[in-house]
Design a protein around this ligand. Structure first.
Ligand code: GDP
Ligand code: CA
Length: 339
């Protein structure tokens, strides 16, 4: 089975670990968000790609959800001693090495997709991780504070301000020119199922969907999403501040409507959100909290089962409904199975 997943950072990475466990033989391609990327101290930092890489590669700080395990912060302290800004972004010593290697390769002319592949050669994440684009895009947030109305980098709003100042607008700078990275559209075209993990629907998945051609490529694919909103609140983080900024309620229903049909064909909600419904979408209620690896795998399995069910009902090939030689199962039989 060939699976594509669009992913942000922590929520996405924890889900992907479950997906890998739920489908050990599947060929998984992860399209990573790069809208959060930022240049700090001359180094290119890609927080979401790194969170996925470290989480799947066994090098993540489990409690924090981002950054390296067994981390120290000597470089950060030394930079602070020089009074160098910013001091609000946490970069540990081990993490610095990743950004040094990345920046060195980018400066030598390698595109981000090749740099990511090179970094993953060390981490062996068990999935193919591709940045959404090799072209530089950056999420900026329009705020009004004591310095007036201005746009700040997403990380400044998210990390320094903890989203405490309302976002008036969230803009992906560079979205008009950015093209999908090599392999992105092909992976989607080849996919039996596309899974949207519980990542931020605005600044992670919403960002990836803004890259020209990606939304169109998802047309006609079996797409199943996992709600990041449970009982009217984010499970962790401040996704509500992002949703409010774009005029969307913080509910599993509103996020489903934001993605919309036909983009999404299946939607997993938590049991307390069992009433969620949208024409053209199969909604299923399941326990959706990722407490540990097993619960994440159970959610991933439910998403894959729903994708298989939808594909069978519509008569398209979806992994398990295909015959072993790769030809799709006959449509009438597939329709039979869905009853
Ligand atoms: P990212 O968008 O993947 O970078 O990840 P974040 O860690 O910022 O989380 C994004 C979304 O995932 C937030 O809206 C959270 O509410 C949601 N989320 C985090 N943990 C869980 C979980 O265990 N279950 C579900 N359903 N959503 C989660
Ligand atoms: Ca993110």
């Amino acid at each position: 089975m060939r699976i594509v997943s669009l992913a942000g950072g922590i929520g996405g990475a924890r889900f992907l670990r479950g997906l890998r466990a739920a489908a050990p033989d599947a060929d998984i391609t992860v399209i990573g968000n790069t809208g959060d990327d930022i240049t700090l101290f001359g180094l290119r930092v890609c927080p979401d790609l790194d969170t996925v890489m470290y989480t799947l590669g066994g090098g993540i700080n489990e409690e924090q959800g981002w950054g390296r395990d067994k981390e120290s912060h000597v470089v950060k302290e030394e930079l602070a001693a020089y009074g160098v800004e910013p001091q609000w972004f946490g970069l540990g010593d081990r993490d610095f090495a990743t950004h040094i290697v990345r920046t060195q390769m980018l400066d030598a002319g390698y595109p981000l997709s090749q740099v990511t592949e090179a970094l993953c050669a060390r981490w062996e994440p068990g999935v193919r991780l591709i940045p959404m684009s090799d072209d530089r895009t950056e999420t900026h947030v329009v705020i009004t504070d004591e310095r007036g109305r201005r746009a700040v980098h997403f990380q400044e709003w998210w990390v320094r301000l903890r989203a405490s100042v309302p976002a008036e607008q969230i803009i992906l700078v560079g979205a008009d020119e950015a093209r999908p990275a090599p392999g992105v559209l092909q992976a989607i075209a080849d996919a039996d199922a596309v899974i949207l993990p519980p990542s931020n629907p605005v600044v992670s998945i919403g960002t990836i969907l803004q890259i020209k051609g990606i939304r169109e490529a998802l047309d006609g694919k079996t797409v199943v999403g996992v709600s990041p909103i449970i009982g009217g609140a984010p499970v962790r983080g401040m996704a509500d501040a992002c949703l409010t900024a774009i005029g969307v309620d913080t509910t599993a229903q509103a996020v489903l409507e934001l993605y919309g049909s036909p983009l999404v064909n299946g939607w997993l909600v938590a049991e307390e959100d069992a009433g969620v419904a949208l024409d053209g979408v199969r909604v299923q209620a399941r326990p959706l909290i990722m407490h540990d690896a097993e619960s994440a795998a159970a959610i991933a399995r439910a998403a894959l089962d729903l994708a298989t069910e939808i594909a069978a009902a519509t008569g398209t090939a979806a992994g398990t409904t295909g015959t072993t030689d790769g030809t799709p199962a006959a449509a009438p039989r597939a329709a039979e199975e869905s009853r």
